[in-house]
Design a binder for this molecule. Structure first.
Ligand code: ADP
Ligand code: MG
Length: 500
């Protein structure tokens, strides 16, 4: 008789698109890279012109992989961080648009190809599959020289920067203020003490508030304090991906062994396992096994344990057993602190006026704040202009426009309904005729783009729809915009109208 769990496993693994299964074959994903990347480069040359192409695209490398959803993810790796930021800020949209044209559904990551990341990669890759697995057998084995206890490691399916520890994400570089002091103190405690005082540590907060930064900082610090401890840091998405791969290669035993033999397990963005039943179950068992043996588990998510969508009750309650620490959006004081620290790190003279201006204007999250600062510095370095308030306003004109006026969902619905000549009530209605459904999707898409509202909040504003409907709408509009210029212009026009 097949057990329930086994059945579940089978159904979850067979639901995966064939592409995902194929992506498990690493050799195949590498073969894929060159022709599509070459095609994309040609398109970019046409789009950007020879000079920009030479300067920004030629020096970067592209590699392609498939993520767990089966989308083709292009990693564009630039030789320096500055270049990565510049390319993403200026050409990110074009690259994404053209990429989707080529591969239908896909995404693009802009990363830094830094040799600094290498030794750390071996820390997480220590959980690599057993060398008896067919994939491992086909690949050259690497010796993890700096970690004698980690005998072998294997390159993972997706060698993206996301999986590696970022050398910038340390405690030293983390600016502490009221909104994040609890999370910071808890992170330090976990990293500095031998035996777990609270298990698990659950860090949560909105996007761009420093969860990943703190997780990496913990990993760095543990490595410094207790070099013999085995630490695994990975995203929940990657956890699932590897688990599915283990299922496929009937290698779950070594998967389990390797996870359960670590001293510290860190899983980032655990909300991702919502709805993935088999992965949740595996995670739950791994979690219990580690906590039972007094090993530290650290988890991050965008919501508190109790609010995690489509996560089983027993796991939600288990996740809340240790210390739950939330990160709040940075207040003005913290924003100033972060700006000062980052400007100093970049080694550039920032007038106080500019720092205060940014601190007042960019309130959404730290990532945006950092992005704005980087843009100003990049601009000043490239054109040799001194940083001033005037220059800042000019360079950030687009960002500032959207933050200056708080656009509401009601406004968006009204404007979009007007534009397509439908009733505002159709934004909430259950009618599915294309003539109203498409404008409704456009409005959902704009709500996601122009307001800080979460997907469930947006869904509620559209007649109590589910957040997955909103995700679908966003995807649909992105897809249509990529193929259909008239449609894209239409949506852009609406966006400009709303941004005033
Ligand atoms: P999250 O994982 O919560 O979405 P990240 O940890 O990726 O956010 O943080 C986004 C960016 O903001 C990172 O570059 C990070 O270094 C920076 N950041 C966030 N909080 C702080 C802080 N308190 N001090 C310094 N940098 C911060
Ligand atoms: Mg994160």
């Amino acid at each position: 008789m097949v057990s329930m769990a086994a059945k579940k496993q089978m159904s979850e693994s067979t639901q995966l698109p064939d592409q995902v299964a194929d992506s498990l074959d690493i050799a195949a994903s590498l073969d894929l890279a060159s022709p599509v990347w070459a095609q994309l480069r040609d398109l970019l040359r046409d789009h950007l012109g020879e000079t920009a192409y030479r300067r920004w695209i030629e020096p970067v490398k592209g590699s392609v992989d498939l993520n767990a959803k089966g989308d083709s993810v292009l990693s564009v790796s630039a030789p320096t961080r500055f270049m990565r930021d510049w390319i993403e800020a200026h050409y990110g949209d074009v690259v994404r648009m053209l990429w989707r044209k080529l591969v239908k559904t896909g995404d693009v990551d802009f990363i830094v190809a830094s040799p600094l990341l290498k030794p750390i990669a071996t820390v997480q890759e220590s959980i690599a599959m057993s060398d008896k697995s067919p994939v491992a057998a086909a690949l050259p084995q690497q010796k993890a020289a700096s970690f004698p206890s980690l005998v072998t490691s294997m390159p993972q399916g997706s060698p993206s920067e996301e999986a590696a520890l970022d050398p910038r994400f340390t405690f030293e570089n983390f600016v502490v203020g009221k909104p994040n002091e609890l999370a910071y103190a808890a992170a330090r405690r976990v990293a500095d003490t031998e035996a777990p005082t609270f298990n698990p540590l659950f860090l949560y907060g909105g996007s761009g508030l420093g969860k990943t930064h703190l997780m990496h900082a913990i990993a760095w610090q543990i490595r410094r304090n207790f070099p013999n401890r085995r630490v695994i840091y990975m995203s929940a998405e990657k956890f699932m991906y590897q688990f599915v791969r283990a299922l496929r290669y009937k290698d779950t035993v070594s998967f389990k062994d390797q996870f359960r033999s670590v001293d510290v397990l860190m899983i980032d963005d655990v909300q991702f396992i919502g709805g993935k039943d088999t992965t949740q179950e595996e995670f739950f068992h791994t979690f219990n096994a580690l906590v039972d043996r007094n090993r530290q588990v650290i988890v991050s998510a965008d919501k508190s344990p109790q609010d995690l969508d489509r996560v089983e009750e027993r796991l939600r309650s288990r996740l809340g057993w240790g210390l739950v620490a939330d990160l709040h959006p940075a207040n003005y004081e913290l924003r100033l602190g972060i700006l000062h620290a980052k400007a100093e790190k970049l080694g550039c003279a920032m007038p106080d006026k500019v720092i205060e201006f940014l601190g007042h204007k960019i309130t959404s999250n730290v990532r945006e704040l950092e992005g704005a600062l980087n843009r100003i510095v990049a601009h000043s370095q490239l054109v040799g202009r001194t940083i001033s308030l005037e220059m800042t306003q000019e360079v950030l004109a687009d960002v500032l426009r959207s933050t200056e006026r708080r656009i509401t969902i009601d406004e968006i619905q009204k404007k979009v309904a007007e534009h397509y000549n439908i009733r505002v009530s159709d934004m909430h209605s259950a009618r599915r005729a294309r003539a109203v459904a498409r404008p409704r999707q456009v409005a959902m898409y704009l709500a996601k783009q122009l307001t800080p509202r979460s997907l469930p909040e947006i869904g509620r504003k559209f007649g109590g729809r589910d957040h997955t409907t909103v995700i679908h709408a966003v995807k649909k509009i992105e897809e249509l915009s990529a193929y259909d210029n008239t449609f894209r212009e239409d949506v852009d026009l609406l966006r400009r109208l709303l941004q005033g």
